[in-house]
Design a binder for this molecule. Structure first.
Ligand code: IPD
Ligand code: CA
Ligand code: CA
Length: 272
């Protein structure tokens, strides 16, 4: 049986705090698009805005009000650990910063929670569409409260896939362009939205059939992977082995096309 609590903390209480935090951060982002925000460059194509920082601070404040002893791993602030805790919150306050900075409405807030290193809660909020994706281990996945599930597409010819590229695309040969080129010739459609957490939720909701990336961070995956699995989807590394959100690689799908995706990812680039 899937646990619904740990000690005296029911998981649905954690879900409700995560939902509140995600919605409040979403309001911070929405407000920033009206009032303006400043942009800094972490590296040449890697941006951060003051809205990222303000949304992150709001999430941390909301969590600490109820769960002051829980560990928190947040993209901009790093790891905060008062003492060892069984719970770890993993936060991307703004997934899709480049889109946000350009006014392209594809970004979200992502909050995942682990208990004893296992993902138990996922909350992803898209403030531009007011879409809230939620999941609790063993309880299914929802979009704005209604159950969601993955697609039943069973062939790459009929599949709409999505991928993304890390900020080191110019510096490494492991930049996903080879996989992108091969998939482009095998699928019905291939997209790059610029927000990995939403990509995972869209696979969960059957809008995409599969998603892969080669260099993700834990905060890109923590929430979306719980949501995807609770919607009936599958997530592994590029070799098909069990996924660790701390090991960068991800293949996510409706389960049916997973093997076909792994086969494409395994193909060597054919020299011409
Ligand atoms: C990025 C987005 C993008 C993905 C990158 C991520 P950020 O996160 O999720 O879709 O391709 O790998 O780093 O920087 O916008 O939070
Ligand atoms: Ca991110
Ligand atoms: Ca981010």
């Amino acid at each position: 049986m899937t646990p619904a609590s740990s000690g005296n903390i029911p998981f649905d209480r954690i879900l409700s705090v995560a939902t509140d935090a995600a919605r409040q951060a979403g309001s911070v982002l929405r407000e920033s698009t009206r009032t303006g925000f400043s942009i800094e460059h972490k590296q040449i194509i890697n941006l951060v805005t003051d809205a990222d920082h303000r949304a992150e601070q709001r999430i941390i404040d909301v969590i600490q009000e109820t769960f002051p002893t829980h560990s928190i791993l947040a993209e901009e602030r790093g790891l905060t650990e008062h003492s060892p805790s069984r719970f770890k919150w993993i936060i991307d306050p703004l997934d899709g910063t480049t889109n946000f900075a350009h006014g392209f409405p594809a970004y979200c807030v992502s909050i995942g929670v682990e208990c004893d290193e296992r993902g138990i809660i996922g909350v992803v909020y898209d403030p531009t569409r007011d879409e809230l994706f939620t999941a609790q281990l063993g309880q299914g996945a929802q979009l704005n409260g209604a159950p969601i599930s993955v697609s039943s597409t069973d062939h790459l010819d009929q599949a709409l896939l999505v991928t993304g590229f890390a900020y080191d695309i110019r510096e490494t040969a492991n930049n996903n362009l080879d996989h992108f080129a091969r998939f482009a010739l095998k699928v019905q459609g291939l997209r790059r939205t610029g927000t990995a957490a939403l990509d995972l939720c869209y696979v969960a909701a059957g809008r995409f059939d599969g998603f892969w990336e080669v260099t993700l961070k834990p905060w890109d995956m923590a929430a979306g992977v719980v949501i995807l699995r609770e919607a009936g989807g599958m997530a592994t590394n590029l070799k098909g082995a069990p996924l660790s959100i701390y090991e960068q690689e991800l293949v996510a799908s409706n389960g049916v096309i997973h093997r076909s995706m792994l086969d494409v990812l395994r193909e060597d680039l054919t020299p011409t």
